[in-house]
Design a protein around this ligand. Structure first.
Ligand code: 8X3
Length: 256
């Protein structure tokens, strides 16, 4: 996808400040790399401070530790971002795949705190800056799990359905104000997502991607860059992308 848009790129200068959460690895890292190439200044946040600071140093960006589920941590993270123009809410993930009957409360609590409350807290903290920029943009990295459900997935799918609802609500609440809201909803992406979900069980995680050419983190970054670089009057509401071999979460054509 070609991200260049003369209409949106200020000539001879860098673009505005983009804030990326969950930026230490996977999709967040790929977005950070891509937005750096596109000329954005970056504030990168992640729970793993050493990793995010290493990436930030490489990209000439600012890197800070942030736990999006912790209000004080979010306040500290956002304190230097008064000129933010873009917010990429990427921090999130899944824990466990138990049916509701065997749900682990701690796993559900973590998923709701990071995917839902975390997204709300960073958004709330940065909304004044995004609006003041005159061309603000919130890009929420959601999931096809925000659109469909599957057995054993309710902790994660319910959290991502909440993200979908928040995106739609934000568009209603912000209409007429200069803040775009885009939901990016990927299906299967080859990252540590499954490894984290299954508590480091490599075999189980590998089975998720077996026989499938999954999306890559760079594919998602490509779509994010495209959305971000449209002219400011163009709002891409929702972008759903999946590997060619995936029709739904549970309908996947695997090579033998
Ligand atoms: C990940 C997609 O199908 O594993 O966000 O829930 S799925």
């Amino acid at each position: 996808m070609k991200a260049e848009s003369g209409a949106d790129k200020p000539s001879g200068s860098t673009r505005g400040l983009a804030v990326v959460t969950g930026a230490s690895a996977g999709i967040g890292e790929a977005i950070a790399r891509r937005l750096a190439q596109e000329g954005y200044r970056l504030l990168l946040g992640a729970r793993r401070g050493d990793q995010v600071q290493r990436l930030a140093a490489e990209l000439g960006a600012q890197g800070k530790v942030v736990d999006v589920s912790d209000e004080a941590s979010v306040a500290e993270f956002c304190s230097g971002a008064g000129d933010a123009q873009i917010l990429i809410n990427n921090a999130g993930g899944a824990r466990g795949a138990d049916p509701v009957a065997d749900a682990e409360s701690a796993d559900w609590r973590w998923m709701w705190e990071v995917n839902v409350l975390g997204l709300m807290q960073v958004t709330r903290a940065l909304l004044p800056a995004l609006e003041a920029s005159g061309r603000g943009h919130i890009i929420n990295i959601s999931s096809t799990a925000g659109l469909e459900v599957y057995e054993g997935g309710a902790g994660y799918t319910s959290a991502k359905h909440a993200v979908h609802a928040i995106c739609q609500t934000l568009r209603l609440e912000l209409v007429g104000r200069p803040v775009r809201v885009t939901e990016v909803s990927p299906g299967m992406v080859q990252t540590d997502f499954a490894l984290n979900r299954y508590g480091g069980d490599r075999e189980r995680a590998a089975a998720v991607y077996r026989g499938v050419t999954a999306l890559t983190a760079a594919d998602i970054a490509d779509v994010v860059a495209f959305a971000a670089t449209r002219p400011p009057h163009v709002n891409l509401d929702q972008i759903v992308l999946r590997p060619l071999q995936q029709a739904t979460a549970y309908k996947v054509s695997r090579r033998e």
